[in-house]
Design a protein around this ligand. Structure first.
Ligand code: HEC
Ligand code: HEC
Length: 301
């Protein structure tokens, strides 16, 4: 090879290398599978808190009010808009936010963002989820500041809260349980974050871990959140699998009513969009929970 030919070959090689890098770069910006991500998105119920449905807000553009005993939080814009949303975030930024409750600058999120459950979502699922979110239309809607009182408004204090109430870490399948129950556990504990509403909280807003899924008498939105452990008297012990399938699949209750409010939204945006196998897995998981007696419903019903 002449010197000149070699130079051309090297520069071709360099060009190919640059192309390869550029390709790798764009591939890592959207390295997941958007189709799978759409399913994770439904299973995770991300639309609810991040969409101001009441005022016809754009999907994920934020502004949804979330009432808590500490004040009102507003779900932020999580569209891929570069300044108003999370458009400049890397996969690692996204994974750290959802699984560790940390902002890209290191600040702590408030636990109204249920990272306490989402910490169990796998990185692979989150990469697919981010790819799906980044495929949606963006919005320049500015975030609305949370309306919470001192000292709960201090982000730095969230560090202490996390020490007390947050156990970070991946979902660990229980080898003594069937594959179906483990799938149900992942869907219920990690993605569906069902315990976040269906468990009582202590005065600092931490989940009462001895009472997971046993219902909540005083949920922030008012009303009562039922006990969904298999206790026959106060939980779902007397519900058939068909009853539970109807509820999660279409919102129909055993007495022919339909669930409204917060659970109505969970059914519409999340559980009704799952495959029947995944709903069955959730039901199998709920069935094998320890029954906890906890009456949260008034009027004996
Ligand atoms: C129960 C309500 C709720 C649900 C469900 C929820 N989020 Fe959020 N999310 C919030 C709130 C509130 C914040 C802001 C927390 C803060 O300011 O400390 C937030 C923050 C975020 C942020 C950080 C945004 C930023 O600008 O820093 C991301 C990313 C995010 N959520 C993604 C998701 C994804 C993905 C899902 C579904 C798997 C999801 N959220 C489900 C309430 C929720
Ligand atoms: C945002 C809060 C919230 C979340 C998240 C939530 N639920 Fe519910 N759930 C409720 C409320 C409130 C009711 C009562 C609805 C009613 O009576 O109209 C309810 C009712 C139910 C019922 C009927 C029980 C009964 O005795 O009537 C079942 C079963 C149930 N939820 C399962 C689930 C599962 C499984 C998940 C996770 C995918 C989940 N819920 C997530 C708030 C929530």
């Amino acid at each position: 090879m002449t010197w000149c030919a070699r130079k051309v070959a090297t520069s071709r090689l360099a060009g190919a290398f640059v192309l390869l890098l550029a390709f790798a770069g764009s591939a890592s910006a959207q390295s997941g599978d958007a189709g799978r991500g759409e399913y994770i998105f439904a299973a995770g119920g991300c639309a609810g808190c991040h969409t101001d449905t009441k005022n016809n807000g754009q999907l994920l553009a934020g502004g949804r009010e979330l009432k808590t005993p500490f004040g009102s939080f507003y779900g932020p814009n999580i569209t891929a808009h570069p300044t108003a949303g999370i458009g400049t975030w890397s996969d690692a930024d996204f994974i750290r936010a959802v699984r560790q409750g940390r902002r890209p600058d290191g600040a702590h999120y408030f636990p109204v963002f249920p990272y306490t459950s989402f910490t169990k979502i796998s990185d692979a699922d989150l990469v697919d989820l981010k790819t799906y979110i980044f495929s949606l239309p963006t919005s320049d809607r500015p975030n609305r500041p949370h309306d919470i009182g001192f000292p709960f408004n201090l982000r730095a204090l969230q560090f202490g809260w996390k020490l007390l109430h947050f156990t970070p870490g991946a979902f660990r399948p229980d080898p003594s349980k069937s594959a179906q129950v483990n799938r149900g556990a992942y869907l219920t504990e990690a993605l569906g974050h069902c315990a976040e509403c269906h468990s009582p909280r202590n005065p600092l807003g931490g989940l009462d871990t001895a009472m997971l899924f046993a219902g909540d008498r005083n949920p922030p939105g008012g009303g009562r959140v039922p006990n969904i452990t298999p206790d026959a008297e106060t939980g779902i012990g007397k519900w058939s699998d068909g009853d539970l399938e109807d509820l999660l699949g279409s919102g129909m209750t055993p007495d022919g009513d339909s669930v409204g409010g917060e659970m109505g939204e969970v059914v519409a945006k999340s559980t009704s969009k799952l495959t029947p196998e995944d709903r069955k897995a959730m039901i199998a998981y709920l069935r094998q929970l320890k029954p906890i007696q906890n009456r949260v419903r008034g009027g004996g019903s």
